[in-house]
Design a protein around this ligand. Structure first.
Ligand SMILES: [Ca+2]
Ligand SMILES: [Ca+2]
Ligand SMILES: [Ca+2]
Ligand SMILES: [Ca+2]
Length: 379
């Protein structure tokens, strides 16, 4: 029996929306910058507690060019609670070039210690297990059905309480989401794939959430120049292609407080940040757009003004700035003035680095080989 695709897959309803305008003043939050010099270009990183204490630590991949080849290293830096870090661990990753996507910090083996995944290195042991000592010598190969990995995430789509692996990969047939189930013994089983986008797609990223309210933690959304496509797990339904966009990277959370998972996604054509709101059944509708004047490279979500709703911080690599984009609580967006950082900022990670209750940021500046540590302040 043929089942109409619409019964299996959530649908997307793109529409053109005007920038949100409000007369009220923007929240008075800005940053104080500290600069960390690095021994190589920062291509991926995350801030999260790694040693059991409350202070966020920092896991980082740097790359250095030596002649015509590359040398990559994984660093772990211990957060000292004042916005500074000290070296705790370093290991070589060989000459493979990391593709520079978001590092994921997860507890894959459910032992209470955070594990870190190194983008671009999952195929040679890029998921590394932590034990609270900040030493990450214990790698795990994360398999895919095939192809080059463009992005990845971990989420429980089988409902057994263990995090499974999702990889966005590309081969000559196009882009696929490859899934590998956590077998509970430190390995993987039951590899499957779902095709999502054609080969000539750009800026492809993957984000996981329960978009259709099906109860498991994870469906996934692939954002790219091709639009947004949702894959419904555990049905593994083929997505509906080419909905809206073009988009770059996105993050998912309940940004309007109605209990379902929404998206903040960067627009690569109109150069700004768009909110897409969920009707509860997985239908995402563009709701608000904040122009940034240039393409946002990366966006992360946190409640930057502590008013109860999630805001965004976006990096703008061409102008060497970051911006807070304020959420009005209903997914309506307004961008704050740009804040200057280092040369070519790509990734941003948000956490309370100094434990004073507000959310701080770390920004990776690729071309001057620095991290900007941005401590939040009111003015
Ligand atoms: Ca662990
Ligand atoms: Ca919502
Ligand atoms: Ca807020
Ligand atoms: Ca803080």
């Amino acid at each position: 029996m043929l089942i109409p695709l619409a019964l299996l897959a959530p649908t997307l309803v793109p529409q053109t929306v005007a920038p949100t305008t409000e007369p009220s003043a923007l929240p008075r939050v800005t940053f104080v910058e500290k600069v960390m010099l690095l021994p190589g270009a920062p291509v991926s990183f995350a801030t999260a507690p790694l040693d059991g204490g409350p202070v966020p630590d920092l896991a980082l991949v740097t790359i250095s060019q030596v002649g015509s080849s590359y040398s990559s290293r994984l660093w772990v830096l211990e957060g000292l609670g004042d916005g500074t870090f000290q070296d705790a661990y370093v290991t070589g990753l060989g000459t493979q070039y990391s593709n520079g996507h978001t590092m994921r910090v997860v507890d894959f083996d459910a032992d209470g210690w955070n594990d870190v995944s190194v983008p671009g290195y999952l195929s040679n042991g890029g998921l590394r297990f932590g034990d609270g000592t900040l030493v990450y010598d214990d790698p795990l190969y994360v398999p895919t059905v095939g192809g080059d990995r463009a992005d990845h995430a971990f989420a429980d789509y089988t409902g057994d309480g263990l995090l499974d692996a999702l990889s966005l990969v590309r081969d000559l047939g196009g882009y696929f989401v490859d899934t590998a189930e956590n077998d509970g013994n430190g390995g993987f089983t039951n590899l499957q794939f779902t095709d999502v986008a054609p080969y000539d797609t750009f800026h492809a990223h993957l984000v996981t959430a329960d978009f259709d309210g099906g109860g498991l933690e994870s469906d996934c959304a692939v954002t790219s120049s091709f639009g947004i496509e949702l894959v419904d797990y555990p049905a593994f339904s083929s997505p509906i292609f080419a909905q809206g966009g073009p988009y770059g990277q996105a993050e998912s959370a309940d940004v309007d407080g109605d209990g379902d998972a929404d998206l903040f996604a960067t627009r690569t054509d109109t150069k700004g940040l768009e909110s897409l709101l969920n009707d509860g059944a997985g239908n995402l509708t563009a709701a608000s757009f904040a122009p940034l004047g240039e393409r946002a490279e990366h966006v992360s979500l946190a409640d930057m003004d502590l008013d109860g709703d999630l805001d965004a911080v976006a990096t703008a690599s061409d102008s060497d700035t970051v911006r807070i984009v304020w959420n009005d609580g209903l997914g309506g967006l307004r961008a704050a003035a740009p804040f200057p950082v280092g040369n070519f900022p790509t990734l941003v990670s948000l956490s309370d680095l100094d434990l004073d209750g507000d959310v701080d940021a770390v920004v990776a500046n690729v071309l001057d080989k620095t991290l900007s540590v941005l401590l939040s302040t009111r003015h």
